[in-house]
Design a protein around this ligand. Sequence first.
Ligand code: IMP
Ligand code: MG
Length: 179
Amino acid sequence: MLNDMERILLSEEELKQRIQEMGNQISKDYEGKDLILVGVLKGSVPFMADLMKRIEIPCSMDFMAVSSYGSSTESSGIVRILKDLDFEIENKDILIVEDIVDSGTTLKYLKKYLASKNPKSVEIACLLNKPERRTVEIDVKYLGFEVPNYFLVGYGLDYAEKYRNLPYIGILKESVYKK
Ligand code: IMP
Ligand code: MG
Protein backbone atom coordinates (compact mmCIF):
# COMPACT_ATOMS: atom_id res chain seq x y z
CA MET A 1 0.00 0.00 0.00
CA LEU A 2 2.94 2.31 0.62
CA ASN A 3 3.48 2.36 -3.17
CA ASP A 4 0.13 4.13 -3.58
CA MET A 5 1.24 7.03 -1.37
CA GLU A 6 2.66 10.28 -2.68
CA ARG A 7 4.18 10.61 0.79
CA ILE A 8 3.43 10.06 4.44
CA LEU A 9 1.91 13.19 5.98
CA LEU A 10 1.58 12.11 9.62
CA SER A 11 3.54 9.23 11.08
CA GLU A 12 2.31 6.77 13.66
CA GLU A 13 4.49 8.49 16.26
CA GLU A 14 3.17 12.00 15.47
CA LEU A 15 -0.42 10.76 15.70
CA LYS A 16 0.26 9.03 19.00
CA GLN A 17 1.82 12.11 20.59
CA ARG A 18 -0.91 14.50 19.53
CA ILE A 19 -3.68 12.14 20.59
CA GLN A 20 -2.08 11.82 24.02
CA GLU A 21 -2.24 15.63 24.34
CA MET A 22 -5.86 15.69 23.24
CA GLY A 23 -6.72 12.96 25.75
CA ASN A 24 -5.06 14.93 28.55
CA GLN A 25 -7.05 18.04 27.70
CA ILE A 26 -10.36 16.18 27.42
CA SER A 27 -9.70 14.41 30.75
CA LYS A 28 -9.22 17.80 32.41
CA ASP A 29 -12.18 19.51 30.78
CA TYR A 30 -14.67 16.70 31.44
CA GLU A 31 -13.67 15.85 35.02
CA GLY A 32 -16.87 15.18 37.01
CA LYS A 33 -19.07 15.23 33.91
CA ASP A 34 -21.16 12.55 32.25
CA LEU A 35 -19.12 12.07 29.09
CA ILE A 36 -20.29 10.05 26.08
CA LEU A 37 -17.96 9.76 23.10
CA VAL A 38 -19.92 9.46 19.86
CA GLY A 39 -17.75 8.06 17.08
CA VAL A 40 -18.69 8.57 13.46
CA LEU A 41 -18.34 5.24 11.63
CA LYS A 42 -16.21 4.09 10.03
CA GLY A 43 -13.42 6.63 9.67
CA SER A 44 -13.17 7.53 13.34
CA VAL A 45 -12.53 3.97 14.57
CA PRO A 46 -8.71 4.04 14.96
CA PHE A 47 -8.80 7.58 16.35
CA MET A 48 -11.64 6.69 18.74
CA ALA A 49 -9.79 3.59 19.95
CA ASP A 50 -6.57 5.50 20.62
CA LEU A 51 -8.20 8.64 22.03
CA MET A 52 -10.42 6.81 24.52
CA LYS A 53 -7.41 5.00 25.95
CA ARG A 54 -5.85 8.40 26.67
CA ILE A 55 -8.94 9.66 28.51
CA GLU A 56 -8.46 9.09 32.21
CA ILE A 57 -11.98 9.78 33.45
CA PRO A 58 -15.05 7.52 33.22
CA CYS A 59 -16.84 7.76 29.87
CA SER A 60 -19.02 5.65 27.65
CA MET A 61 -19.07 5.30 23.90
CA ASP A 62 -21.64 5.15 21.16
CA PHE A 63 -21.48 5.24 17.37
CA MET A 64 -23.38 6.77 14.50
CA ALA A 65 -23.01 6.07 10.83
CA VAL A 66 -23.80 8.67 8.21
CA SER A 67 -23.23 8.69 4.50
CA SER A 68 -21.49 11.56 2.82
CA TYR A 69 -18.87 10.48 0.31
CA GLY A 70 -19.85 7.26 -1.42
CA SER A 71 -16.73 6.00 -3.11
CA SER A 72 -15.58 9.14 -4.89
CA THR A 73 -13.25 11.79 -3.49
CA GLU A 74 -15.85 14.57 -3.52
CA SER A 75 -18.58 15.07 -0.93
CA SER A 76 -22.16 14.77 -2.15
CA GLY A 77 -23.22 17.48 0.32
CA ILE A 78 -26.11 15.29 1.43
CA VAL A 79 -26.01 13.65 4.87
CA ARG A 80 -28.08 10.58 5.66
CA ILE A 81 -28.21 8.66 8.97
CA LEU A 82 -27.40 4.98 8.43
CA LYS A 83 -27.02 4.05 12.10
CA ASP A 84 -28.44 6.04 14.99
CA LEU A 85 -27.37 6.16 18.66
CA ASP A 86 -27.97 3.20 20.97
CA PHE A 87 -28.30 5.40 24.09
CA GLU A 88 -30.43 8.29 25.26
CA ILE A 89 -28.22 11.35 25.56
CA GLU A 90 -30.47 13.75 27.45
CA ASN A 91 -28.41 15.65 30.05
CA LYS A 92 -25.17 13.97 28.98
CA ASP A 93 -22.02 15.67 27.80
CA ILE A 94 -21.49 14.58 24.22
CA LEU A 95 -18.18 14.62 22.41
CA ILE A 96 -18.44 13.77 18.72
CA VAL A 97 -15.30 11.94 17.56
CA GLU A 98 -14.56 12.32 13.85
CA ASP A 99 -11.63 11.68 11.53
CA ILE A 100 -11.64 14.80 9.35
CA VAL A 101 -13.58 17.99 8.76
CA ASP A 102 -13.60 18.87 5.09
CA SER A 103 -16.57 20.90 3.79
CA GLY A 104 -18.00 20.73 7.34
CA THR A 105 -21.37 19.43 6.16
CA THR A 106 -21.24 16.14 8.08
CA LEU A 107 -20.25 17.61 11.44
CA LYS A 108 -22.61 20.55 11.13
CA TYR A 109 -25.48 18.17 10.52
CA LEU A 110 -24.48 15.77 13.30
CA LYS A 111 -23.97 18.48 15.87
CA LYS A 112 -27.40 19.93 15.16
CA TYR A 113 -28.99 16.48 15.21
CA LEU A 114 -27.43 15.55 18.56
CA ALA A 115 -28.19 18.97 20.05
CA SER A 116 -31.88 18.37 19.29
CA LYS A 117 -31.87 15.47 21.78
CA ASN A 118 -31.30 17.81 24.72
CA PRO A 119 -27.84 16.82 25.90
CA LYS A 120 -26.09 19.03 28.44
CA SER A 121 -23.41 19.86 25.88
CA VAL A 122 -22.21 18.85 22.42
CA GLU A 123 -18.62 19.41 21.32
CA ILE A 124 -16.39 18.00 18.59
CA ALA A 125 -13.03 16.22 18.70
CA CYS A 126 -11.64 15.85 15.20
CA LEU A 127 -8.25 14.50 14.23
CA LEU A 128 -7.78 16.47 11.00
CA ASN A 129 -8.98 19.75 9.59
CA LYS A 130 -8.82 20.83 5.93
CA PRO A 131 -9.64 24.53 6.33
CA GLU A 132 -9.32 25.33 2.62
CA ARG A 133 -12.32 23.18 1.83
CA ARG A 134 -14.74 24.57 4.39
CA THR A 135 -18.13 25.68 3.08
CA VAL A 136 -20.10 25.76 6.36
CA GLU A 137 -18.87 27.20 9.64
CA ILE A 138 -18.14 24.68 12.37
CA ASP A 139 -16.52 24.95 15.77
CA VAL A 140 -14.09 22.10 16.52
CA LYS A 141 -13.14 22.22 20.20
CA TYR A 142 -10.39 19.58 20.06
CA LEU A 143 -8.40 19.44 16.85
CA GLY A 144 -5.45 17.19 16.11
CA PHE A 145 -3.85 18.69 12.99
CA GLU A 146 -4.49 21.21 10.27
CA VAL A 147 -3.81 19.50 6.94
CA PRO A 148 -3.37 20.73 3.36
CA ASN A 149 -5.93 20.09 0.67
CA TYR A 150 -4.85 16.66 -0.58
CA PHE A 151 -6.84 13.46 -0.62
CA LEU A 152 -5.67 11.61 2.47
CA VAL A 153 -5.93 7.97 3.45
CA GLY A 154 -4.96 5.81 6.39
CA TYR A 155 -5.68 5.67 10.10
CA GLY A 156 -9.41 5.30 9.35
CA LEU A 157 -9.56 7.43 6.21
CA ASP A 158 -10.42 5.51 3.07
CA TYR A 159 -10.51 5.69 -0.67
CA ALA A 160 -13.32 3.37 -1.87
CA GLU A 161 -13.17 1.59 1.53
CA LYS A 162 -9.46 0.83 1.19
CA TYR A 163 -6.42 2.02 3.18
CA ARG A 164 -8.28 2.48 6.49
CA ASN A 165 -5.89 0.01 8.15
CA LEU A 166 -2.72 2.01 7.50
CA PRO A 167 -1.17 3.07 10.82
CA TYR A 168 -0.16 6.48 9.39
CA ILE A 169 -1.88 9.17 7.31
CA GLY A 170 -0.67 9.42 3.75
CA ILE A 171 -1.32 11.53 0.68
CA LEU A 172 -2.83 9.25 -1.97
CA LYS A 173 -1.16 9.40 -5.39
CA GLU A 174 -3.46 11.05 -7.92
CA SER A 175 -2.77 8.21 -10.34
CA VAL A 176 -4.64 5.88 -7.97
CA TYR A 177 -7.96 7.75 -8.18
CA LYS A 178 -7.69 9.66 -11.46
CA LYS A 179 -7.76 6.83 -13.92
P1 IMP B 1 -17.44 16.89 5.06
O1 IMP B 1 -18.88 16.63 5.35
O2 IMP B 1 -17.24 17.46 3.69
O3 IMP B 1 -16.75 17.71 6.12
O4 IMP B 1 -16.75 15.49 4.93
C1 IMP B 1 -16.32 14.79 5.99
C2 IMP B 1 -16.12 13.34 5.62
O5 IMP B 1 -15.58 13.21 4.31
C3 IMP B 1 -15.13 12.70 6.54
O6 IMP B 1 -15.76 12.12 7.63
C4 IMP B 1 -14.46 11.68 5.66
O7 IMP B 1 -15.16 10.47 5.72
C5 IMP B 1 -14.56 12.25 4.27
N1 IMP B 1 -13.29 12.87 3.84
C6 IMP B 1 -13.01 14.19 3.74
N2 IMP B 1 -11.76 14.40 3.31
C7 IMP B 1 -11.22 13.18 3.13
C8 IMP B 1 -9.92 12.72 2.70
O8 IMP B 1 -8.98 13.49 2.40
N3 IMP B 1 -9.75 11.38 2.65
C9 IMP B 1 -10.73 10.49 2.97
N4 IMP B 1 -11.95 10.87 3.39
C10 IMP B 1 -12.19 12.20 3.46
MG1 MG C 1 -16.08 10.06 8.03
